[in-house]
Design a protein around this ligand. Structure first.
Ligand code: MG
Length: 342
């Protein structure tokens, strides 16, 4: 190994097929940054996706990445050394850090000519079904979206508004498909939350994501203890150090590359969560097939996947992991398994 690592990045804006509404806001675009790390003529691809509520933006990511100097590393296989140094540049900036982590993993896999599921020793056939999110909308539009989502085996619904029961009843008027619900911290009272979970449990809901604010730790622990459905921590769980704190508060955790700085830490989080007896869900932001494919390499290790991010956009720049009849299907290409298409 004698070359130098060359690093490039550029901002990009994802167009969403439908306006996306969660408990806190609505939006129709997502800012991302695309990264490339080149070594001896081989290019690894990465991505940072920055939904506005997480505090990162084109400005913060470009500012962070401009401080990164990879030219001093001449061995890309020193993954731990390189990523630890990137992590130490500044606190936070998880999506910016993930964009380097993903590009480096893609590069290494290509140098070894193996996809990451092989490098990790993961059976590529054990991928889960992915949930598909039905956005909050008028009853007519919701019914139409549910009908169009016929191939998916689990539908995900964003709750945490006045219209929660109406939303579920609208879906149930046209479909019996199992549901997962994501409250995005929207319920504030634990007794009302428990009543709602019992109601959901009678309507074929599989689990409830982040039912209450992350600041209400005691209420979340009480709710999990009494809940007939598994509770999954998302906003409460960002990085490896948060996994231990989730024990006793949630039934499981939702790991996302953009929260935890990438594939290296996500893998460690899965191992730690399993050792603590926690369920594991693998989630995403709205992102291209680049970051989705990176996460998908880990998907055979988890209980539930929520990897529909690339299906929600109209200007993907990569091809990689596919969703076939609702199931995650890994690409056999080396690295994270993507090909650039635009
Ligand atoms: Mg969530």
């Amino acid at each position: 190994m004698s070359g130098k690592l060359q690093f490039k990045f550029k901002p990009y804006t994802l167009e969403l097929k439908h306006v996306f509404t969660v408990a806190a806001n609505s939006r129709s675009t997502t800012p991302i940054v695309l990264t490339e790390i080149e070594y001896e003529g081989i290019t690894g691809y990465g991505e940072a996706s920055m939904p506005p509520y997480l505090g990162e933006s084109h400005e913060t990511v470009l500012s962070f990445l401009s401080k990164v100097d990879l030219s001093k590393f001449d061995n890309p296989f020193e993954l731990d050394t390189i990523l630890s140094e990137i992590d130490s540049i500044a606190p936070g900036n998880a999506a910016a850090k993930a964009s380097i982590d993903i590009a480096l993993h893609d590069l290494l896999g290509k140098l070894m000519n193996q996809p990451w599921y092989n490098i990790w020793g993961i059976n590529r056939n054990n991928t889960p079904y992915t949930t598909f999110t039905i956005g909050i909308d008028t009853p007519e539009v919701v019914r139409q979206k549910v009908k169009e989502a016929g191939e998916f085996k689990i539908l995900k619904v964003k709750l945490g508004r006045e219209t929660d029961k109406e939303m579920i009843e609208t879906i149930r008027s046209v479909s019996d498909t199992p549901l997962s619900v994501d409250v995005n911290q929207g319920w504030k009272d634990k007794h009302a939350a428990l009543d709602m979970i019992h109601w959901l449990n009678e309507r074929n809901v599989l689990f409830v994501e982040q039912p209450m604010p992350k600041t209400q730790v005691d209420d979340l622990a009480w709710l999990t203890e009494h809940s007939p459905l598994p509770t999954i921590g998302d906003e409460s769980v960002q990085r490896l150090g948060d996994v231990l704190k989730a024990k006793g508060v949630f039934t499981g955790i939702n790991i996302k590359l953009m929260k935890c700085t990438g594939m290296r830490e996500a893998y460690k989080m899965i191992i730690l969560a399993r050792s603590l007896g926690l369920k594991v869900m693998l989630g995403c932001m709205t992102e291209t097939s680049c970051a989705i494919s990176a996460a998908a390499n880990l998907s055979p290790l988890v209980d539930w996947a929520d990897l529909d991010g690339a299906l929600l956009i109209s200007n993907d720049v990569f091809e990689g992991t596919k969703i076939v009849d609702g199931k995650v299907v890994l690409s056999a290409l080396p690295g994270i398994g993507v090909k650039k298409i635009a």
